[in-house]
Design a binder for this molecule. Structure first.
Ligand code: SF4
Length: 300
């Protein structure tokens, strides 16, 4: 790499980081992300064309070029739409079950179930712990200040809510006083029993979306998804194999433990708001994600 290219890379990275740090600049779209956005679009076409969970990355274009004439980008797009609509339908079916679910007590106090948003064919899923006040009232995960910061984290590497999938382990708001869902400051973390009861819905979502990787937002999500009690500061900064080490969590019916999905634990956006010193580490983690999504699966 020439000195000029190196400088260009450094300035691109710095620009992304500065935008990531600036919480007020919510409309920012990092230039570093342009390539990833392009890659995701290309990969979706490629996934449909090859019928596989192909890599998300710029090199995917080469693979698409090598596919037979019957797998033209137009055909791939059609097939992609078809598979998207099947996945969307499957998610809607799961959503219907969640909407009427009363399997744990959270179902009786919630205002709205918070199922998930985003691309049903996303290469990456972001999974948090559970909804809070704002989410309960809107029925959408990660809104409010922490959600806006998550949007910035996505934008810094060229992603958005439209091309990832965002959800939580627990779908209903856990409250200190369940008789007063309209009170602010009434949040509590979901209990172990609530997590275990709700977990199958997340497994189904994963089985339908079949992402290449999952980003666990915060300590609880990381520990539950990895089946460990190790703290987030030791889990973050590296990729883990999703499903390995927690066979008890999987019934085997969804087969998600065998999908080769990678998992990246990162600090929860709310933790970054409380402690901005964690942003440097989180930026490093987002770069890991960016690199992962830019590489073909075979090179990982
Ligand atoms: S938290 Fe999950 S298991 Fe409990 S009622 Fe809501 S959807 Fe059902």
């Amino acid at each position: 790499m020439t000195a000029k290219e190196e400088l260009k890379n450094i300035s691109r990275e710095l620009l992304g980081y500065v935008r990531f740090l600036n919480e007020d600049d919510l409309s920012a779209e990092a230039t570093t992300g342009t390539k990833v956005m392009k890659a995701i679009t290309e990969t979706k076409a490629m996934k449909a064309a090859t019928g596989t969970r192909a890599a998300t990355g710029t090199k995917g274009t080469e693979t698409m070029k090598a596919t037979p004439a019957s797998r033209t980008p137009e055909a791939a797009k059609k097939s992609d739409n078809k598979s998207n609509s099947k996945q969307r339908q499957a998610l809607e079916e799961i959503f219907k079950k969640v909407s009427t679910c009363r399997k744990c007590s959270l179902g009786t106090s919630r205002i709205k179930p918070v199922f998930g948003v985003g691309d049903p064919n996303a290469g990456v899923m972001f999974v948090g712990e559970g909804p809070g006040y704002e989410e309960d009232h809107r029925g959408e995960p990660f809104i409010g200040r922490a959600g806006k910061l998550l949007d910035k984290m996505l934008a810094a590497i060229g992603l958005s809510r439209d091309n990832v999938y965002i959800t939580n382990i627990v779908k209903c708001h856990a409250m200190i006083n369940p008789s007063n869902p309209d009170a602010r400051g009434n949040d509590r973390p979901p209990g172990q029993a609530e997590i275990a009861t709700c977990r199958p819905y997340l497994d189904l979502q994963i089985a339908v979306i079949r992402p290449r990787c999952i980003v666990a937002l915060g300590s609880v999500a990381a520990q539950v998804l990895l089946g460990t009690s190790v703290g987030i500061s030791r889990l973050r900064g590296k990729w883990h194999d999703f499903g390995a080490g927690s066979p008890d969590l999987f019934s085997g019916s969804s087969g998600i433990a065998d999908m080769g999905i990678k998992l990246l634990p990162v600090y929860h956006p709310a933790a970054l708001l409380r402690n901005p010193n964690l942003k440097r580490d989180t930026w490093d983690d987002m770069k890991l994600l960016h690199t992962f999504l830019s590489q073909p699966k075979s090179e990982l």
